[in-house]
Design a binder for this molecule. Structure first.
Ligand SMILES: [Zn+2]
Ligand SMILES: [Zn+2]
Ligand SMILES: [Zn+2]
Length: 977
């Protein structure tokens, strides 16, 4: 053979090698991975792999198929993905069927605007064409949302989502309505509902939002008609007035009564030749506000004394009945969740503004309606669909109510019935679509009764005819209360965070009957008929189910494309008059009824799902929305809540806690972030935020998330790089034969695994992130990896001590990838690809690692002790470096003096200490006093060219004159291999 060539020492060092790049390039690599998953048909493989396992069902609250996704919608879907993926990796069969809410006013408005741009009006289109345009719009919107959700790495049945506008779903919605009818909970009646005068439709609770609004605040006097001596002899013969306060002067023409609290004390005080009645606690405030001077009180009495006395309307020739009600308050801050109507908010708005005598217009307020019913008042509402006074309103007929406010104030001033008026700022309900202030207005609507079967709630129509008499359809047991059953059910549900149950309870206790009819077009028609002859309403479950079967075949459009007689079961006759001619109801169902039906339409109808769901997770607005409507439907269908657990997530806000708006320039747009740094950034941001609170996002916060990502990635890369050439079957070292220093990170891994699994179990993803991040940056990067670098790089590749470290790295890499997989869906899969032991084609087919039963506390605390010594040593080394005694730490020799158990501990680990401190030599001595003393000196011997450690043995080998004894051993081992 030829002469020996000098050995290239560098080539004998095991440098890390991996295809897992340092730079993530997520913006490019994520789409490629999505394509790979699509080719694999990964979601289907996941379903197959989990077949037969216990099911875990997260039921998707359907986003509205209108606009593009924003950070809030992205966050909602990502949190759901965390849950579904983590439960799947825990060993459940956790399918994910996404849904879309497709009907409703926002889409109608969008289509109308599109028509306007083309110079057309809605009236130019037939109802069918208009509905077709709405359907097309929803289809396009949900297609683009699907594309965006998929891009976020969310896996699910995207090819077959549930749509509230599908034939089957529309049929199920109609059938659910039949179910409510069957239970006796549906009635038609005049009830005050939120009404948008711009959109000319009723609005649901969830469709109003509260904003600041300026209203006229007025104090008005209503003359007492009854003999004041009945209240107190001191008032005999006096001109007595009851003072009311309101911020909606336009409701005064509809005033039919005044409510006082039966248990409050009221006072009658003198003002010139007149006497005014207000709550005693408010006398001073009212007198001051209305500039009445020092009030002279003539009499004090309980509110109950006023019950059923008569006042006159302030200016109209009719009575205003005095009533007592517990709903009357003396003030207190209004709570948005319990603001049931304008007038309720007003009663609670400001203790200084009220009088304790509440102007009552049963057609314009919920409490007013309730008390009005109790006292037999008419549900009087002289305001039309467009918010104009009807002709019966003297002086103001034809005026729009908000415009009439000022005119009414002036009118009252002229009449001398107004004591005081001013501008008043308060929170007032607005339409969520058009942002205009809404009114409360009684109209004939379909309701779902919260408290009793409609047997007691049969209502007459405007002409006094009983067109809503549905008693024939009432089952014998149809009288259970929906509210009562719902209140019982929520106590069985687990609410996360725990305050959810209180919020739901308050919401349920306060909510009025559910108005489910809308005077719109794009939705599921209320499948009710009216007799063409006698107007009797037919809301018969058998008829509705017959119609539903038609919807199933032809979609809800059938309601409009068929004549009434074709939708009725053949031969059906009017129970009232025997006629067979019918008129169709033109109202559609509230979209919240649609989405509320989802648990039945989806969970019960898809083989892979089941009812009830394990978990619902949505934002806090859904207490009034989907959590609520789903509960109503669940109770109607099965007397059960449709969910076992309800999780509420916070809002996405900017760093200062303000709402994000494109126009304000503080919005984080998912699309932009994805282009810059990948969907993983958004996902990791979601995991790093505590979503039980509001989630803060800004460029700076996202930058911190990106930095965190880089650290996690580098940790994984170190493990992967040093697994080059490691074949698990061949090279793994059994635990018992491992270096002791390698057993410590495994104990740490065990501990972090336990923490992470518990956090996933509790849906606390921020704790998952914290645990994994600390493990990666502290335990691994700052400690373990530093310690094993020398062994990994300089020992012979197949040296057992090196294989021991690699065995640990494999286990860490594997476990980290699995534990982070629900969050970093792309990166975890990339790590997985580069691990030597993978069996499954994707990490998303794998399971979480298991934690061992026994926490190795003794081992962990021993190492904590060693790391405490290490911290002191590193500090001493840093000082030596600053003093220019040494350059790198390998140039140092450390002399430790210790006593007792510390000395014993250090002695036991004597051979590990130089690696632990990353120095060339460590000398251990028994100290003469307590504590550990550390001395740093220059290492003995010379620097080894290969491993850079110092040794007195460098130069002892003729073959390798520049290397140390450890390297000679390594080189010999390599040569023999
Ligand atoms: Zn509106
Ligand atoms: Zn009839
Ligand atoms: Zn060496």
């Amino acid at each position: 053979m030829s002469t020996e060539t000098p050995l290239d020492l560098k080539k004998t060092v095991n440098l890390p090698k991996t295809a897992f790049s340092q730079k993530a390039n997520l913006a490019q690599s994520e789409p490629a991975r999505l394509e790979k998953w699509a080719k694999l048909d990964l979601y289907r493989l996941m379903r197959q792999a989990s077949e037969g396992r216990e099911k875990f069902i997260l039921h998707d609250g359907p986003p509205y198929a209108n606009a593009d996704i924003h950070l809030g919608t992205a966050t909602n879907k990502i949190l759901k993905d965390f849950i579904v993926k983590s439960r799947g990796m825990m060993g459940y069969d956790a399918p994910y069927v996404p849904g879309y809410d497709c009907h409703g006013l926002p889409i109608e408005i969008h289509v109308e605007r599109g028509l306007e741009k083309k110079g057309k009006k809605r009236g130019d289109l037939s109802r069918e064409s208009f509905r077709r345009a709405c359907r097309e719009h929803a289809e396009n919107a949900l297609k683009s949302q699907t594309r965006d959700f998929k891009r976020l790495g969310i896996l699910g049945e995207w090819d077959n989502p549930y749509l509230t506008m599908s034939n089957h779903y529309e049929a199920e919605t109609a059938r659910m309505f039949a179910r409510f009818v069957e239970r006796g909970w549906v009635y038609k009646g005049a009830r005050p509902v939120y009404w948008c005068i711009k959109d000319q439709t009723a609005l649901a609770e969830a469709e109003v939002e509260y904003h600041q609004h300026t209203s006229p605040s007025v104090y008005v006097k209503f003359p007492l008609e009854s003999d004041p001596a009945e209240i107190d002899p001191a008032l005999a013969g006096r001109k007595v007035f009851v003072l009311i306060w309101t911020t909606t002067p336009w409701t005064l023409p509809a005033n039919l009564g005044i409510a006082v609290h039966p248990d409050f004390e009221y006072s009658a005080f003198e003002q010139g030749d007149e006497v005014y009645i207000v709550a005693s606690d408010l006398v001073e405030a009212v007198a001051a506000k209305c500039e009445l001077g020092q009030p002279k009180v003539l009499a004090r009495f309980q509110g109950a004394k006023l019950d059923r006395l008569k006042a006159r309307h302030a200016w109209l020739d009719r009575p205003s009945l005095l009533m007592v009600g517990e709903h009357v308050t003396l003030g207190g801050e209004a709570d948005a969740e319990t603001e049931l109507d304008v007038k309720d908010a007003e009663k609670k708005a400001d203790s200084k503004a009220g009088t304790g005598a509440v102007h009552t217009a049963p057609g314009h307020g919920h409490d007013d309606f309730v008390i009005g019913k109790r006292y037999g008042l008419e549900i009087y509402c002289p305001v039309d669909n467009a918010g104009r006074f009807t002709s019966e309103v003297e002086h103001f007929a034809g005026q729009r109510v908000f415009d009439a406010n000022d005119a009414i104030v002036e009118f009252m001033r002229d009449k001398g019935v107004l004591l005081f008026s001013e501008k008043y700022e308060h929170r007032y309900p607005h339409c969520w679509r058009c942002k205009n202030p809404v009114i409360f207005r009684a109209t004939p609507q379909w309701f779902i009764a919260m408290d009793q079967a409609h047997r007691d709630l049969v209502e007459k129509d405007e002409d006094g005819r009983d067109r809503t008499n549905l008693t024939d359809n009432l089952p014998e047991n149809g009288s259970a209360s929906l509210r009562g059953a719902a209140l019982d059910e929520i106590e069985r549900v687990k609410w996360i965070p725990g305050w959810g149950v209180d919020r739901m309870r308050n919401m349920l206790k306060g909510r009025p009957d559910w108005c489910v009819s809308r005077q719109r077009v794009w939705g599921v028609s209320i499948p009710v008929f009216y007799c063409a002859k006698c107007t009797e309403a037919v809301a018969d479950p058998a008829v509705i189910n017959y119609v539903a079967d038609v919807f199933e075949k032809e979609s809800g459009d059938a309601w409009w494309t068929h004549d009434a007689k074709d939708l009725m079961p053949p031969g059906y006759t009017c129970k009232g008059c025997g006629a067979q001619e019918w008129i169709k109801e033109t109202d559609i169902l509230d979209v919240w009824f649609d989405s509320g039906t989802s648990s039945i339409a989806v969970l019960e109808n898809r083989e892979e799902l089941r009812w009830p769901a394990d978990v619902y997770i949505e934002g806090g607005d859904q207490f009034r929305g989907w959590f609520n409507s789903s509960l109503m439907v669940g109770v109607a269908a099965h007397d059960r809540a449709p969910y076992k657990t309800v999780i509420t997530h916070g809002w996405t806000l900017d760093a200062q806690g303000r709402a994000m708006h494109k126009s304000a320039g503080n919005a984080i747009e998912p699309e932009k972030v994805i282009k810059q740094s990948g969907a993983e950034t958004i996902r990791l941001w979601c995991a790093s935020s505590n979503y039980f609170d509001d989630m803060r996002g800004s460029d700076e916060i996202l930058q911190r998330v990106t930095d965190g990502y880089r650290k996690l990635r580098n940790t994984a890369r170190f493990a992967l790089g040093n697994l080059y050439g490691f074949e698990p079957d061949r090279d793994s070292v059994p635990d018992a034969e491992m270096e002791e220093i390698d057993r410590w990170p495994l104990a740490e891994l065990d501990r972090v695994t336990r923490r992470v699994l518990a956090a996933y179990e509790a849906y606390e993803f921020h704790n998952v992130y914290q645990a994994l991040f600390n493990f990666a940056t502290v335990t691994l990067s700052a400690r373990y990896f530093d310690i094993i670098k020398d062994r990994l790089y300089t020992f012979a590749p197949r040296n057992k001590a090196r294989r021991s470290a690699q065995t640990v790295l494999l286990r860490i890499g594997d476990s980290l990838a699995r534990m982070v997989a629900p969050i970093l869906v792309f990166t975890a899969d990339e790590i997985w690809e580069n691990l030597p032991n993978r069996i499954e084609a994707s990490i998303h087919l794998a399971q979480f690692p298991t934690a061992s039963g026994d926490a190795q506390e003794a081992l962990l605390s021993e190492w904590e002790h060693l790391f405490a010594v290490r911290d002191d040593v590193l500090r001493a080394l840093e000082e030596a470096r600053v003093a220019k005694l040494i350059g790198s730490s390998l140039e140092a020799k450390v002399t430790l003096e210790a006593t007792g158990s510390t000395l014993e501990l250090l002695q036991r680990h004597q051979n590990d200490l130089r690696y632990l401190f990353i120095v060339s030599q460590v000398e251990l001595r028994e100290a003469t006093s307590e504590g550990v003393s550390i001395k740093v000196s220059v290492a003995d011997g010379e620097k080894c060219e290969r491993c850079w450690n110092y040794s007195t043995h460098v130069g002892e080998s003729e073959a390798y004159p520049t290397v140390c004894e450890r390297c000679i051993a390594a080189l010999t081992e390599i040569g023999q291999a």
